[in-house]
Design a protein around this ligand. Sequence first.
Ligand code: AMP
Ligand code: ZN
Length: 178
Amino acid sequence: MGGQRHDGAGGGGPRDTQPPWRSPGPPHSRPNAYRDLDTSRSVNACIFCRIVSGEVPSSKVFEDDHVVAFMDIAAVTEGHFLVIPRKHVETLYGLDSILAGHLMAVTTRLAKAAKKALRCDGMNLYQANEAAGGQEVPHLHLHVIPRYKGDSFGIRYNPTKPPREKLDEKAAKIRGAL
Ligand code: AMP
Ligand code: ZN
């Protein structure tokens, strides 16, 4: 999706919860090439489960008993890859802490390897949950996006300045749900 460059400087611009690298258009108005069937409930139809099983080809970066990493078929920068759990977990909400820890450990290791191998200038991790969060493939995945000076990757956002009371209120609300 088109958008402003994300330079980490906290600049302005319209917020957009869609994946920042998608082509312009209203949320989810585009045909979803990745869902050939209703994948949201069916593991057999899930494109990433089919990659895990080898039924669908992929360019693998890494695999172990719990995690698989492969190149993104629509790379937004050179070297963009995905890290996924082998088991079909749809979103972050369904991830247990042991698998979450392992997924993050593997991702960190792979990000370091990518930095070394690709000599990129920077690196982003991105992870989307649910349609409103911009998730298109309903099998949990972490995007590892190598960044290069002047590349076209961007995240659009529109920072606000909530008063401290509001921040405290939201923090307390989230704490209360732990
Ligand atoms: P998201 O919008 O966060 O759900 O991202 C899904 C990602 O999966 C996109 O970046 C797609 O390009 C990628 N993708 C979909 N199908 C494949 C595939 N068969 N092999 C590799 N990457 C894929
Ligand atoms: Zn799956």
